[in-house]
Design a protein around this ligand. Sequence first.
Ligand code: LRH
Ligand code: MN
Ligand code: MN
Length: 424
Amino acid sequence: MIDKSIIEAGNAARAADLAVDYDTLGERLDRRGIDINAIKDKIAAFGVAIPSWGVGTGGTRFARFPGPGEPRDIFDKLADCGVIQQLTRATPSVSLHIPWDIAPAEDLLSRAEEAGLTFDAMNSNTFQDHEDHPLSYKYGSLSHTDAATRSQAVDHNIECIELGEKIGSKALTIWVGDGSNFPGQSNFTRQFERYLDSARVIYDRLADDWTLLTEHKMYEPAFYSTVVQDWGTNLLIAQQLGEKAKCLVDLGHHAPNVNIEMIVARLNQFGKLGGFHFNDSKYGDDDLDAGSIDPYRLFLVFNELVEAEADPDFDPMHMLDQSHNVTDPIESLMISATEVQRAYAQALLVDRAALGGFQQENDALMATLTLKQAFRTDVEPILAMARQETGGAIDPVAAYREACYRAAVAEERPAVSGAGGGIV
Ligand code: LRH
Ligand code: MN
Ligand code: MN
């Protein structure tokens, strides 16, 4: 963890400026009939889960360039996630990926507690082979033509639920790479039937207070067709399985220019919006930092979420899912978590009564300006104040660099070479 005195000293140097900025913004928002403290309280209560796999340097199929102090195992990852939470107060939980993070439940629980974290959704993995799975997933998993391979994949998902139950998780996220690489390779209908049959067995194993999140993705690793390729198929799955099954929207998993915020609205309208993997994308499943390419789109997604918040039962899960190739993953994740909070804060500023009126009158210009007014508001003082008041850092990256955390862990964690790692 970061020495508290470093956070305190950094905050002390910035507190006076922040107080002025917060009061000034408070006055401006007051003129718009908005109570800044109410927004700040909502931001302070908002959290986004860290993907355990995000704290290691990512890579592409061409190469991976590891940085110093790469986490060696799930316990190092929890330590890194603890630092992100300590400084941002925006990331109270971690989403595990099995088998990457397999460890005894009691150890996971005690290390998470030390780091001030809880566990979010469990992620199963049948998109690669496992040492202890005799059958290969090369030709699919839950939808494989071979019953024994399907059943091996189902059992793995059940093991993920069992571990999750021991560590306080309440959801299982399933993403499969199943699909085909050639026209004619697979029968679309039979393949989807097999997927549904397997998913039903997993669903039936879920406790009543658990959610099954299925995640769609257009392509990759299958390059001709993917079984769960879009939100339409995902919605069918959730509807077929039942009440506890909902859809997970990873922002990077759509065709370019798809209107993601509208997908969010549709899924929510029919009670099937289960959660998010936040990231940003320029071309495909780029796993870029949330808000780094198109912050307006992130805002528009949150605009739909704030609209949906009127329903007290609305409670989607929020997770990041990113891959960091050229930045320190801890810094990227801290900034990304605050970008997600920023989009939420901006969306909370939308004058919904005015927007509704403009929509009713078909005043397209004023309707869109109503959104822009909220988006253009610099809400940084709200985010910084929420962090300061909850014991975090006004400037998380500055505190992190000041503490030299990366250099300290690099002393204990052996250097990793990326040489020879890529497969083109
Ligand atoms: C698939 C995905 C899915 C996986 C993660 C590693 O592209 O988004 O969520 O679990 O990446
Ligand atoms: Mn994802
Ligand atoms: Mn992805």
